[in-house]
Design a protein around this ligand. Sequence first.
Ligand code: ADP
Ligand code: MG
Length: 412
Amino acid sequence: MRILLYLGKGGVGKTTTAAATALRCAQMGYRTLVVSTDIAHSLADSLDRPLKNEPTEIADNLFAQEINVLDEVRKNWGALQGYMGKILRKQGMSKPVAEEMAIIPGMEEIFSLIQIYRNAATREFDRVIVDAAPTGESMRLLAMPESFQWYVERFFGWGETAMRLTGGLLRRLMPEQDALAGLPKLVDDVKELQEVLSDPQTTSYRVVVNPEKMVIKEGARAVTYLSLYGCPVDAVVVNRILPGVRAHGSDGGAADDEGGRRAGEAAVFAPSSDPYLRQLQEQQARYLAEIERDFYPLPILYSGWRSEEVVGFGPLRSLADELYGQRDPGEVMFVGQAQEIEEQGNDFVLKLPLPHIELDKIRLTKRGDELFISIGNFKREFLLPAVLAQRDASGAVFAGGILSIRFPCSSQ
Ligand SMILES: Nc1ncnc2c1ncn2[C@@H]1O[C@H](COP(=O)(O)OP(=O)(O)O)[C@@H](O)[C@H]1O
Ligand SMILES: [Mg+2]
């Protein structure tokens, strides 16, 4: 089974890309499920088919489903949430706050993913395409098989202490035995899910961006955290590229009138006569080049800005053709980590592969969680995970295509 998760900032084209990818997979003969966990259901709009909470067959080999996240929470967490909520209320919290607090951040998505995985396994899907992938919070829960268990034990350990303190009345109020009965099963499910979602042979995360500043930043942040938690990111999708703009990779590296462009370079090859559009083209070309540098060495898939919304099978299929060409969307597009953090004594060393560049003086500038790297003419922005943003960088070495940046322990 292959699980492909498409993530990125709202509006970039995640749902569209997921739907197009699913259509292509089904067309290739794979039994495919495309699922959305977005509360604002748009998969049905994109596919132009009504969908339900259960997988519905909408074409040969193609099933689609819109999961009701709130239902999943209620089903899996309802009893436990009630139990915790009562304890918290007993401590003086108001009811709405207590019930809100009783949800572990990120749980909603995890319940949905467990449901997706269960469905995929029992109904024997070859391909599962997920629209609205896990956020940072749920990634944290999934990062270690033990973290969820640790969380839950602390949570309920605390609950038991509170029970002892508040005594008999509360005990009578709560059927705590029933509430806690499902807990070990849940812990096992999360463990299994974690294994599946971090196995690069099974799962690939793909970050969808547009050639726009804030969107690129959010995408870069996603790659940073996914890498930190060991989630296999294997490609970047750049959607909504204006006509007349071309990146190095978008023509498959074929020679063109510009000639000699390398990764990290993009150009406007057909400038618009409209000065407004022309300016947008130039801006996109700059950001396209930035995307190639900032996401290196991840492969990049490109799709253009259509004059009409991409809705229904026809337009989605044509978008898939543009994105994947002859490729199978289910192939593992990149093996390895796009970035790594190594522990060396008390220091952390960030290891970033960089394209072939002339060795020159390396300059590092840090601003908040942004790290600006410049080596000669080469410039790259990097979004640091919080663990590195808290420290200062002490120096960098570029060798064997890898830039190693040292972050010494800040406490001495
Ligand atoms: N390449 C494109 N050209 C034109 N419209 C697009 C393109 N990609 C997406 N859209 C449209 O943009 C809107 C947002 O896309 P969607 O896939 O729902 O984004 P997300 O799921 O990331 O929020 C939709 O109306 C969709 O049809
Ligand atoms: Mg969407």
